[in-house]
Design a protein around this ligand. Structure first.
Ligand code: ASP
Length: 453
């Protein structure tokens, strides 16, 4: 068995074991705030938290900033020709927005057909509003609105202090700086050659570091899954909001397993199943970490080492995708908002559904690639729809409705993050063929297709 296969088997084992152990240890009566709560539960959660978040996710996150900087610079300098770079940028953005919009439409169709909120409408009188106090980040996002989020995005793209942006782990600032730096490196030419060699070397070393960290992935994904399932329990699927969860998962499955593979087949001329297989470690990492950003090192590694995506394309498309391309999040936000409207008996007109579609796409772009970011930026969608509802003199969706879905958010976040990362990977493969150098990368031997040994 090759080491790559062995690692995949171990990670898959970790995922399954994490779900099983988490469910066995799940205790619906456990309350972390209650001092008399069963002590063993707190200890088990603390161990899973340490192994999963502190060690595994910590190591991956440690690589993100240097990896984004070096991969974008390697990408930009090796494209070299500016008109090709421009074409690549335009194709990348067109792909991101088109696929996010398609994802939102799928979500809207499914939630309108399944009507998961309808059964709740009688139980949710105003007296039965869920207890939910929006926290700081939710309130700040709601206050800022869509314009505020756009301003925030632009100010992150042009940081006044690149070191501060790196220290805060703000990827957009690092990406802008690196694109600019790479373009000017190309213009400087021979005198910048030592920098080019240096950055290429840094990228090479970081890829090897990802490789090494992935040997901790079986334990890391086990701990993350056990932590999640232990806290939430799988019983939620049969609860009052089980149908809502099924609507989100069905939408994600349709988009991830039918739409994106079709797009990959047509525009990328690539066999979807084979590509899915080549990206498997990144997808499993996304499932466990709930974070496109923390998964980025693994996505880059799988795309370039296994799937034969050219470094120049992957280095440019994937870091940008991990930050702004979120098909799963866009779909989820649309389903969640319509579900809340249904649960509170608020009728949405066609215009309001279009507002949901557009704002959910923009809110997904504004969401960072970190756990629960989609839940926070969803208030923008609720706000925009409420603006239209109150202008029409109708009832609005209570923001407190988020309390209905917050308890199961982590589980849905796992799956939407997988679709986010899958969308980025499919994008890299397509852009590589459409706007890259046109090489037939499928024919080159890759880690998966090369003879073993
Ligand atoms: N966790 C998601 C990601 O990192 C973002 C979200 O939808 O919350 O891609």
């Amino acid at each position: 068995m090759s080491s790559r296969w062995l690692l995949t088997a171990l990670i898959l084992g970790g995922l399954i074991l994490g779900v099983v152990i988490g469910q066995l240890l799940h205790d619906p009566a456990y309350d972390a705030a209650d001092p008399s709560a069963v002590h063993a539960h707190g200890t088990a959660l603390a161990i899973f938290d340490f192994l999963g978040f502190t060690v595994f996710m910590g190591l991956l996150k440690m690589l993100i900033v240097p990896l984004i900087a070096s991969s974008v610079i390697v990408g930009v300098t090796s494209v070299g020709d500016f008109s090709r770079l421009g074409r690549m940028g335009a194709c990348t953005l067109a792909y991101y927005f088109a696929t996010m919009l398609v994802a939102v439409v799928i979500g809207l169709v499914i939630v309108s057909m399944l009507q998961p909120g309808a059964p709740l409408v009688d139980t949710l009188g105003s007296a039965a509003l869920p207890e939910y106090q929006p926290d700081e980040s939710v309130r700040a996002t709601a206050d800022a609105g869509l314009i505020g989020v756009a301003k925030n995005l632009v100010s992150q793209m042009i940081p006044t202090n690149i070191v501060a942006a790196m220290a805060k782990g703000q990827p957009l600032g690092v990406i802008t700086f690196s694109i600019f730096f790479g373009v000017v490196m190309t213009l400087v030419g021979a005198r910048a050659q030592p920098v080019t060699d240096f950055v290429n070397g840094v990228f090479e070393v970081l890829m090897k570091m990802v490789h090494a960290i992935m040997w901790l992935a079986p334990v890391g994904v086990f701990a993350l899954l056990a932590w999640t399932v232990m806290r939430i329990g799988l019983g939620v699927f049969s609860g009052a909001i089980g149908l809502y969860m099924i609507a989100v998962l069905l939408g994600l499955a349709l988009h991830g397993l039918i739409v994106l593979p079709l797009v990959l087949r047509v525009f990328g001329r690539t066999a979807p199943l084979r590509f899915l297989h080549q990206m498997r470690q990144a997808l499993m990492t996304a499932l466990a970490t709930d974070s496109s950003s923390a998964t980025l090192p693994v996505t880059l590694e799988c795309a370039t080492e296994s799937a034969g995506v050219n470094r120049r394309t992957a280095g440019f498309v994937l870091p940008l995708g991990a930050t702004i391309n979120m098909d799963g999040t866009a779909l989820y936000e649309a389903v969640a908002v319509v579900f809340m409207a249904q649960a509170f008996g608020v009728e949405l007109s066609m215009i309001q559904l279009i507002i949901v579609a557009v704002t959910a796409t923009l809110a997904a772009v504004g969401a960072a690639g970190i756990p629960s970011a989609g839940l926070v930026t969803m208030v923008i969608v609720v706000d925009a729809v409420n603006g239209s509802l109150s202008a029409a003199g109708g009832a609005t969706i209570p923001i407190a409705g988020i309390g209905l879905i917050i308890g199961v958010d982590r589980i849905l976040d796992m799956f939407r993050t997988v679709v986010n990362v899958w969308g980025d990977a499919v994008g890299a493969k397509i852009i590589d063929r459409v706007a890259g150098d046109g090489e037939a990368h499928d024919e080159r031997p890759t880690a998966d297709s090369a003879p073993i040994g």
